[in-house]
Design a protein. Sequence first.
Length: 117
Amino acid sequence: MNVMKGDEIFIDAIFNDLMIETIQQYKDNLSLDDSSISGFIKMRSIYSKLSENEKIILLDYFRVITFNSVSTILGLVDGTSFMQGIDEDLKLFYGDEEIQGDLQDLFIGKPQDEGLV
């Protein structure tokens, strides 16, 4: 049995939550007819006028934005990306295990590992 390391557990959780579940929630919320989720009211009006292909393109764009944002943050934690105003090294732990260093690479490889590319 292959035991996952802390960095793999962390990346799996982020990927599943943000790239799968959150994108599905966007799709579901944009497809609703009710207006109880106020942040989606204006976008829902636009979304409802799109063709099915255009809806797919829009959701794919949401995936790209999310993927790039997460990747940038993970690169910052890994020390492979830099951001103005952050001059110190960052450390991330999963329990007692220090997990930064390969997070961005693991995340970038995740779509291929999941057969999504």
